[in-house]
Design a protein around this ligand. Structure first.
Ligand code: ADP
Ligand code: MG
Length: 249
């Protein structure tokens, strides 16, 4: 098998010190292969967001080793880490994290500004990504002119516009009604079926049911790891492959 996208090897995370010390992760081992679709579940405070922050190179481990697509990020300078994070990972959050009073297309184009893509190309790719998520007719709408489900689809377009190998989502449907949840999960399913690796934190069974693998956490440890869908050999992820997806309605 090719190298894993995620390889957490005995990773611990301790916040604070002395009396205030909190062990948020306690020696986690987790490997995620390319093309997998993983739901992370567990009670509030079990360490899910801490793990996602480490996987997403937003924070560093206290102990243990993490490799992202074979790269030991702890050994890199912060500027290098930022570059790798921008290139390899797309983030989706519960609260969408869109920039207010800014058109959808500019929100989606933003990650490419950091990646030094020319303006015309940024716009072309952002428009394509918005088309992919079914929002071709909402490009100039600002976040407050969109429903929650539409805002999350803009956020997903922003997450995939750089064609990252990994999508990380922390409670992506936590603020959505059931219809919007269904739309967003259909989009994640389609992205995974095209070979994109997905890790989604959720406390909703119906969301976890979409994944191929469910990991449960408790008190900073993985307590179960169950495969429920085949990890088939991922199709080759050709440049622009995600643009061939059927758009959500
Ligand atoms: P989850 O996402 O599963 O709810 P978290 O990863 O957010 O859990 O938190 C795990 C534990 O670490 C909790 O006890 C939480 O209070 C603690 N924690 C999280 N972030 C911090 C922080 N920045 N400083 C101190 N403690 C933290
Ligand atoms: Mg959390």
């Amino acid at each position: 098998m090719s190298r894993p996208v995620i390889d957490l090897d005995g990773v611990s995370k301790v916040y604070g010190s002395g009396e205030a010390e909190v062990r948020a992760l306690a020696g986690v081992h987790l490997r995620v292969e390319r093309g997998d679709y993983v739901a992370i579940m567990g009670a509030s405070g079990s360490g899910k967001s801490t793990m996602m922050n480490l996987i997403g190179c937003l924070d560093t481990a206290t102990r243990g080793r993490y490799r992202l697509d074979g790269i030991d990020v702890a050994s890199l300078a912060e500027s290098q880490v930022a570059k790798i994070r921008n290139r390899k990972i797309g983030f989706v959050f519960q609260s969408f994290n869109l920039i207010a009073r800014t058109p959808a297309i500019d929100n989606v184009a933003l990650p490419m500004a950091y990646a030094k893509v020319r303006a015309a190309e940024r716009n072309r790719r952002a428009a394509a990504a918005l088309g992919l998520v079914g929002l071709a007719d909402r490009m100039d709408h600002r976040p407050n002119e969109l429903s929650g489900g539409q805002q999350q689809r803009v956020a997903i377009a922003r997450a995939i516009v750089t064609e990252p190998i990994l999508l990380l989502a922390d409670e992506p449907t936590g603020a959505l009604d059931s219809r919007s949840t269904h739309e967003v999960m259909a989009l994640f399913d389609a992205l995974n079926s095209r070979g994109r690796t997905l890790v989604i934190i959720t406390h909703e069974e119906e969301v976890a049911a979409h994944a191929k693998r469910v990991v449960h956490m408790r008190d900073g440890s993985v307590i179960s790891d169950v495969r429920q869908g085949a990890l088939t050999g991922p199709p080759p992820l050709a440049a622009g492959a995600h643009l061939q997806l059927g758009a959500a309605s």
